[in-house]
Design a protein around this ligand. Structure first.
Ligand SMILES: NC(=O)c1ccc[n+]([C@@H]2O[C@H](COP(=O)([O-])OP(=O)(O)OC[C@H]3O[C@@H](n4cnc5c(N)ncnc54)[C@H](O)[C@@H]3O)[C@@H](O)[C@H]2O)c1
Length: 488
């Protein structure tokens, strides 16, 4: 495609009369209609960036969000609150239907907010991707897991890019938010999108803006967490900033998409390495009879140069155990080994084994029995407190290791009544949470606190339990202290 030449292009032209759009609020049915025509498109006709920015400011601008999960739904709600009309896209029809009924698909996300957005016709969910032509901006929040061989699995991003390519139209902004290795937006997204015949930075605009969502964190929400934005060129950056400026407390522009991608990985690698460090300190201090929690609480009174991280039974979630290995993989292309990242991974993945060893020792000391045939009650299978997300949760590893050593396990989790199907722990799917009562708890040889949900009464739990192994300092933090509570 030569720059400066006009050509005939088949384009999907949405039937979207501006007059109707701007006077009658959100019209999902109207928006749905589009038809294919062939007509001469002046591909060298420059998109008017100032005009796009004023339509963002006047909210005559529709935001599309692909991937309606932990990231996509809060983002959609933030955009609705900021006065935009939002179309959410997902391949999961059940999730689409649930959202269109005004119901939350995720426990900590308010049903009220979704219901309100649907009733006000600000938000509609769909699995019909031809409706991408009805949007002015497309934000992508699809999963980025690791493959079986622990390498980046970009199939969700690739498929999404290919779908967008079929519907891409002039002037649209495409923003990738999924966490990924530096270079993905330029090397994976851009070439696919340009197969549409449109050019990045001229006909459409491309950016990367990492998500910093922290589910369950009551202090921060999507719109109050500053957002980093990097883009393919000046115009793309201006447009992407204008969109996020309207939604988020502060946007932080960086020089390129790959810098923005590196920012996200750096944040998560920083966490992974520091958590590994305190996990290692826990092993050393345990042997020395020093309480690592007391050490951290005292150290954090230093007003500069120290930031507290806390040990635990291992890493969980969709981010910290996974994202660092996106950089490890990409670094190989540059002949660099990521020793810190891999060492942190080794320490963190060894923690469930350490916890089980400590639990076996504690059982031996308190009851003179080993693990074999011991009845163990695990408190919490979510990967962190107060949420219903159990992706990569260390509790699942704890159950597997305990059972491989002959123990019988049950679990209690106020947020997860049934263990769902997971790729790596499918044998545990369908197990159900038991209710806590004095007679139930006292029947177990040991209670293992793996997640410190606030909804658990730790005082009552400790009073009923024969032995407690606490990996989160959940009891001591609530002044529940006793000889039969062991930290691990
Ligand atoms: N969950 C978080 O707190 C968090 C925080 C920061 C970054 N991230 C990153 O954000 C991205 C999304 O994570 P998430 O936790 O929201 O994932 P999620 O699994 O909760 O949601 C992803 C959604 O995408 C949908 N989906 C999958 N393939 C699709 C496709 N081809 N087209 C349309 N929809 C598709 C799924 O059905 C699902 O509803 C990941 O890269 C993750 O690493 C997540």
């Amino acid at each position: 495609m030569g720059a400066g030449k006009n050509r005939f292009v088949a384009q999907k032209v949405p039937l979207r009369p501006r007059a109707i759009w701007s006077t009658s609020r959100f019209q999902p049915k109207l928006l749905k209609r589009s038809y294919k025509v062939s007509f001469p498109v002046q591909i060298d006709e420059k998109v008017n960036v100032d005009k796009l920015i004023s339509s963002i400011k006047s909210r005559d601008y529709t935001i599309g969000i692909i991937g309606l999960g932990y990231v996509g739904i809060p983002l959609a709600l933030a955009a609705c609150r900021a006065g935009f009309n939002v179309i959410g896209f997902d391949i999961d029809q059940a999730r689409v239907d649930q959202l269109n009924r005004g119901e939350s698909a995720i426990k900590h996300i308010s049903t009220i907010a979704i219901d309100e957005a649907v009733k006000n016709k600000r938000f509609v969910a769909t699995s019909q991707f031809d409706r991408l032509t009805d949007t002015d901006c497309i934000i992508i929040a699809v999963p980025t897991p690791l493959s079986k061989h622990r390498e980046p699995d970009l199939t969700y991003i690739e498929k999404t890019a290919e779908t967008i390519t079929q519907h891409l139209r002039k002037g649209q902004l495409v923003v990738l938010e999924s966490t990924t290795w530096p270079g993905t937006t330029d090397e994976v997204m851009r070439p696919r999108l340009e197969q549409s015949g449109l050019r990045s930075g001229i006909d459409f605009f491309l950016a990367f803006s990492p998500e910093r969502e922290d589910p369950g964190n009551e202090e921060f929400s999507t719109s109050t967490i500053p957002k980093v934005v990097g883009a393919d060129g000046e115009d793309a950056l201006r447009i992407a900033r204008a969109v996020y400026d309207a939604l988020i407390v502060r946007t932080v522009p960086v020089s390129s998409s790959k810098t923005a991608e590196a920012v996200k990985l750096t944040e998560n690698i920083f966490r992974s390495v520091n958590i590994a460090l305190v996990n290692e300190l826990k092993l050393i201090y345990d042997k020395m009879g020093i309480d690592v929690w007391e050490v951290i609480d005292a150290a954090k009174t230093k007003p500069f140069g120290f930031m507290p991280f806390y040990p635990g039974p291992g890493l969980g979630g969709h981010c910290i155990p996974i994202d660092p290995f996106y950089l490890t993989w990409k670094a190989r292309e540059f002949d660099v080994t990521t020793r810190f990242i891999e060492l942190a991974g080794q320490i963190n993945t060894s923690m469930p084994h350490y916890v089980v060893d400590r639990l076996a020792e504690a059982l031996d000391r308190s009851a003179g029995t080993g693990l074999s045939k011991a009845r163990v009650l695990i408190i919490g299978v979510a990967y962190k407190k107060n949420i219903d997300d159990m992706r990569e949760s260390p509790s699942l590893r704890l159950i597997e290791i305990l059972e491989a050593r002959g123990a019988q396990t049950d679990f209690h989790d106020p947020h997860i009544p049934v263990i769902p199907m997971t790729r790596e722990h499918s044998a545990l799917a369908g197990r159900t949470s038991i209710s806590l009562s004095h007679s139930a708890v006292s029947g177990y040889d040991v209670v293992l606190i793996a997640t410190d949900h606030d909804a658990v009464d730790y005082k009552a739990l400790a009073a009923s339990a024969r032995l407690v192994v606490d990996t989160r300092n959940a009891c001591a933090r609530r002044d529940v202290v006793s000889d039969h509570i062991v930290k691990a």
